[in-house]
Design a protein around this ligand. Structure first.
Ligand SMILES: Nc1ncnc2c1ncn2[C@@H]1O[C@H](COP(=O)(O)OP(=O)(O)O)[C@@H](O)[C@H]1O
Ligand SMILES: O=P(O)(O)OC[C@H](O)CO
Length: 498
């Protein structure tokens, strides 16, 4: 049987997707299901791991059926996931012990403050490249373990039967018939438990967060062997695992310094490759793994993580009922000539880079009687672009040369108003590819390269079509002035829950 296809799984915060790519790198079928968001308390967010696994399984079967191919025509599978979100499960029953705690969840903010008060933040940052924040998995895993130990339901639980992991580990374990408990370096680098220079679990950090090492998955190279996914009578080799932002970086061909991408999904994540050196930011950007491959030195990146981007569009739809569909926002924003003085700070889950304030909360500023729905929607879209400008400024300061073009992807970059506004506020072109699912594309390309479906990474990247380049328009100077007002608004949202 000729194997001419790769299957990519993109398990994001908003939903789970499977895509079949052909030998030309084109999408021939895909299946997607939105994921239920559970908000048990303000600032908390959980996902049901069983739903993630069932929807993944459904998406795989549906995409393969729609592609009208047999599973054994698939050369390899690549997996990319929302990062930091983590869970514990019982390996004897396969049951999660609690819902997964999502990266946006702030429940461990107090624990982070306590640890900062103990003076460990600088050491944690030196070892992991990360800011001590509730965003990362370490404090979430500690919370889960403390909860399990205090739960009467688990009074007799033997901890040696418990496994921990991010979403990639959970899904891989299930895909491989419970045979492989592993993760890759890019996901592991987001747990706050991996030593960035040594690329292995750090014993002192596991001790600090009171995580027994036996719970942790094995860390493997992102481009490598993750075992065989069982699909009925067929098995498909899993040959790539990436955190979703690193997968997008790979798909955009950003494999050396100077190229930068931003993915606008639930959050917005600006990442640039820094080669084989760990670059330490002066502006609270994160140092992280880009990806790894056996026989090659690890590739590093710096990243500006913004927690709320597409999520505030979803909130306009589901929380406020201001819109029926995300796509409406572009039309509404264009209906008014400006924001009418309204500014929005999207700190719905606190503020990430470069402010790192777990206690900040979202706010609208400048409301007057003349403000209409369209102004508020426009202010939300503008805010997504302002955040990115804030982080690009930090990247420009940290790296030798300023960003010249921004490569974009993700669900929210379908929004033409947002992309044009982004070009205006940055004053540089914004390049949108034809395939917006760069995260899935990165996982598919990685797996296909490893399986020998393609041999030349650069050629593969060059074959990607560009949909549109948004150039800065005549209104750019005015928009850049408004950015200064937005920065003032950000300052006023800080330390809110304290
Ligand atoms: N036309 C649009 N304008 C703005 N935001 C959009 C649009 N379409 C989708 N989104 C947003 O994109 C997000 C989903 O994008 P996706 O890349 O699939 O996210 P994730 O990888 O986080 O699951 C949602 O938050 C949704 O609100
Ligand atoms: O689900 P996304 O695409 O917004 O990505 C989530 C990030 O990986 C969180 O760090």
């Amino acid at each position: 049987m000729t194997q001419s296809y790769v299957l990519a799984l993109d398990l994001g915060t908003t939903g789970n997707r499977a895509i079949v790519f052909n030998r030309e790198g084109q999408i021939i079928a895909q299946a997607y299901r939105e994921l239920t968001q559970h908000y048990p308390k303000p600032g908390w967010l959980e996902h049901d791991p069983i739903q993630i696994w069932k929807d993944t399984h459904w998406a795989i079967e549906t995409a393969i059926r729609q592609a009208k191919i047999a599973p054994d025509e698939i050369a390899a599978m690549g997996l990319t996931v929302q990062r930091e979100t983590c869970l514990l499960w019982d390996k004897t029953t396969g049951e999660p012990l609690h819902r997964a705690i999502v990266w946006q969840d702030r429940r461990t903010a107090d624990l982070c403050h306590q640890l900062r008060d103990r003076g460990v933040a600088a050491d944690v940052q030196a070892k992991t490249g990360l800011v001590l924040d509730a965003y990362f998995s370490a404090t979430k895993l500690k919370w889960l373990l403390d909860w399990v130990k205090a739960s009467p339901k688990y009074a007799d639980l033997d901890l040696t039967n418990v496994l921990a992991g991010t979403i990639d580990s959970w899904v891989l374990w299930n895909l491989t018939g419970r045979a492989v408990h592993a993760t890759d370096h890019s996901n592991a680098s987001r747990t706050m438990l991996m030593n960035l220079a040594q690329q292995d679990w750090d014993e002192s950090l596991l001790a600090l967060f009171e995580i027994p090492p036996s719970l942790m998955p094995e860390i493997r190279p992102s481009l490598g062997d993750f075992g065989q996914a069982q699909l009925g009578d067929t098995s498909i080799p899993v040959r790539a695992i990436f955190g979703d932002q690193q997968a997008a970086l790979f798909a955009h061909g950003c494999n050396h310094p100077g190229l930068i991408k931003c993915t606008y999904g639930t959050g917005a994540f600006l990442v640039t490759h820094t080669g084989t050196e760990i670059v330490r930011s002066q502006h609270q950007l994160l140092s992280t793994i880009a990806w790894t491959q056996t026989g090659h030195p690890a590739g590093y990146a710096i990243e500006g993580s913004m927690f709320t981007a597409g999520a505030c569009i979803q909130w306009l739809r589901d929380g406020l009922n201001l819109i029926q569909q995300a796509a409406e926002t572009s039309v509404l924003a264009d209906q008014v000539p400006d924001n009418n003085g309204v500014y929005f700070v999207p700190a719905l889950s606190g503020l990430g880079a470069p402010h790192w304030d777990m206690s900040a909360r979202g706010a609208f500023f400048g409301l007057t009687g003349g403000v209409q729905r369209a102004h508020m929607v426009r202010a939300v879209l503008e805010a997504i672009a302002y955040q990115v400008r804030d982080v690009v400024q930090a990247v420009n300061d940290d790296c030798d040369r300023p960003v010249e073009i921004l490569k974009v992807d993700g669900g929210a970059c379908q929004n033409d108003f947002l992309m044009q506004y982004q070009a205006d506020v940055l004053g540089i072109p914004v390049e949108r590819p034809a395939v917006l699912e760069a995260t899935a594309q990165g996982a598919g390309f990685g797996a296909g390269l490893m399986a020998g479906l393609w041999s030349d990474y650069s050629q593969l990247i060059e074959s990607r079509a560009i949909d549109r380049v948004f150039e800065p328009s005549h209104r750019a100077p005015q928009v850049q002035q408004q950015f200064q007002s937005w920065i003032q608004a950000v300052e006023r949202t800080k330390n809110w829950t304290d």
